[in-house]
Design a protein around this ligand. Sequence first.
Ligand code: SF4
Length: 448
Amino acid sequence: MSVPRTYHLVTLGCPKNDVDSEHLERILTGGELVPVLQPEEADAIIVNTCGFIEQSQAQSMAAVQALGANKREGQTLIVAGCMTQLYGGQVRSDVPAVDHVFGVGQWQDVAKLLSVDVDAVFDIPDRTAKVTGPSAYLKISDGCDAPCTFCVIPKIKGGLRSAPAGMLVKEAQRLVAAGAKELVLVAQDTTAYGEDLGLPVASGLPGLLRMLSGAVGPEVWLRLMYAYPSRVTAELIEAMAGTPNVLHYLDVPLQHGSEGVLQRMKRPHNIDKVHRFVAELRAAMPGIVLRTSFIAGFPGETEAEFEELLAFAREIRFDHAGCFTYSLQQWTGAFEMAGQVPDETKHERRGRFMQQQQRLAAKQAKRFVGRTLPMLVEGAGEDEDGGPVVAGRTYREAPEVDGLVFARGAANPGERVLVRIEEAADYDLFGTVLAGRHEGRRATSRKQ
Ligand code: SF4
């Protein structure tokens, strides 16, 4: 392989993969490699794959196959990440055009293969900071120690490894200096932060939130994704409510609403406790927005258990809720469980869940009408009459997974403005930009 000068990076999967890809890009660009938009222009094509569920594996494989089929002479095709950690041999045999295969966390090895002097790159100061929108992901840990029987992540990623707080503070400051106005904290389980470092629960994630808040200042929003239900503790709720720039938004993947199914999933299965912490969150932060995700069709799921899930979701009234169909996964506890649910039933149940959720989300969205909220502008354009319109997100919408706010008025992407909400659809909100840029502290809402 001649020394590559350009690369094209394809990232599949979740925001945690985006963070890994950004890390790789910092090393590559620090080593003077140039990113190109079109794969055919690149000396090296790198695919960061996803192996979370069958569907994501299939998407990753399809992307690799397409790139392999169009690979030109002299190009190098590198495949890395979660899917190859599990199925590296299969990728090699199914796509002979693949030149190199790496597992997870081998980004320095990828860079070395592309002739980057990795040690020299790590000496380069922060000139390679890259923030593409007003938000940036901050990955606070990797891996997971939980025993969930549907999940292959611990097999792919290994056990919990938290990043040292000092390093996260530096990274957060670097992202803010590069233009980020919102830091979205991600991990397999953000609430486990620090357990492997021996930190007590009270000073794990709660301590980190306070530290980051102090380090980046009150103007920068901090958003929390991927909380584990039994770790939504009084200390965490207090830290969220009492730290000025932590958004009143929480993503807690609950996976199911039936205690029987949760037990088989080896998940926290005390539904009363979930109701209790939701009540505590709502008491401490009125107006808090809750997101969750569920799995339909886990092995053995009966119609009655699925009905329990529907009832549970109606009782809690999540602002945002996703639902996956259960995906059979080798190397997991559920792989050989009896009572696998037919695909047709899984899809029918997921469809029923999403229909119900659409109605619930629409009701929840209506409570925002009449409020004035700070909004981060992500895009600007014109309406059909040529008037200025912007699209963005308030504390209610996390990047990539929730809806958007569309508002009449002018502003630039990256700015934070005040928006009066006038209408709500199922997932999106509509309103008008109020004059003036907003750089206020608390990012919750107030009634007009
Ligand atoms: S906590 Fe999340 S990442 Fe960890 S095993 Fe369970 S589902 Fe997988």
